[in-house]
Design a protein around this ligand. Sequence first.
Ligand code: DLZ
Length: 513
Amino acid sequence: MSTVTSIKGIDLSYSSSFDGSSLRIGIVHARWNAPIIEALLQGTRDKLVQCGVKSQNIVVQSVPGSFELPFATKKMIAGSHVQANVGTADLMGMVDSTSSLPTEVSIPSGSFDAVIAIGVLIKGATMHFEYISEAVTHGLMNVQLESGVPVIFGVLTALNEEQALERAGIGKGANGKGHNHGEDWGAAAVEMASNNLAPVLLMGKSGSGKTSMRSVIFSNNPANLTSRLGATIDVEQNHVRFLGDLILNLWDCGGQETFMDHYLTSQRSTIFRQVGVLIYVFDVESRDREMDLKYYQECLQSLKTFSPDAGVFVLVHKMDLVRGDKVTVFNKKKLELEEAANDIPVTVFGTSIWDESLYRAWSRIVHNLIPNAPVLAKHLAIFGEACSAREVVLFERTTFLVIASSASIDQSSTDLSSGTPADGHSSMLGTRYERTSELIKSFKHSCSRSRAEFQSLEMELPGYTAVLDELTRNTYIMVIVHDPTIETAAIRMNIALARPKFEELQADNNNVA
Ligand code: DLZ
């Protein structure tokens, strides 16, 4: 039987389960006690990279001593000029003649998902140690509470040099080398940052269809299987990967009245703080109109208080159940919900899991969350023109949501963030691309049932030719040409030629996410 020698420390197996590939992490380190700092910095970096953080997304800045850490951390989070690419030669002000001087870079505000403050304080003969330790601890705590960005406390407060060396994994005494605490700080940063991504709140009364739509869009379940899903209890947090490295921090909030009451009272600041997008779902057939509106308005007010910049999308769901004139029913409901929102801008969609309307709404929502969507759209239009395409559409690979589109007929390049079609539901013209999303998703389900993998599609019809093919690792492109002399092989070749450019654009996207 193995003996447990220590129960102290972070459970690294748990922390390492987080994926840091979309995160940007700042490190501020002191230059006092340089060799120890150097080891800690290395341990921190190694762990960050091991957790998937890209080296170009780790920005390092140094300050003279630990006392300066809170100030520098605050500045780094605020997005002021920081010193980047500082190597260990910078420690203690040493100049490495072989490396270029540290570059000044401007970091956009809010661009760090977490900052790690590293310092080594070693007790001396005076009270200096106590004062600095306490001031730095409080200072760093204040920075994270005020900024809302997690700050990792990477400051060793050692009674002697030996203790500090051991905690940096370079001990020389009887206890051996010891464990490098920098690894724990790297893992803690990734965990805290992953849990701190601006949430996308999915709210609405229990039974309104929130979980089913999430399952259809993100878990790729066919609509007919969603009836088996149980009600969501409390808040279910999901990190949904989109376009490769973009992570949507989706909070599916159970809609039972007890939960709703908690969200709006004791949990109000936790639920509504720093929200990126609120998606509020209504069951169009709901009988409890007054109660529905009351919760809706209270949620909007809470959002306005804690996340005034959040986008709001309202889905009038289960439109397939409406008998009679769907357009009139939808328009009436839309007006009612816009009026109830008062001065808060809301975008209202009519949706159903049984048709393309769900894809239309979610394409618009997700489009809002893609940092360089306009750039992608611009390049898509250039591509379309270069290969004489009448229409070009870009789909996300797993969800098949429309990310961008460009058409030469009406010059309507792409603005997926603009409103709804007149009937808000099934206007064929307004939802043609999303109809393709839905059809391809169904086709992919059929493929997987027969253990085949969907790869590409070609259609040659008298009026036009359409090719749907993989563009990048995370996207598909559909190219529609009306010129009968253009062959599908030529379209495919153009797609292959455009591939590197779009891979590059997507990498940029992930870096600014
Ligand atoms: C002054 C000082 C001392 C005595 N000890 C340490 C230390 O052990 N670790 C550390 O990071 N910094 C030390 N400093 C420097 C202060 O943190 C600070 O840089 C100076 O007082 C200037 O404000």
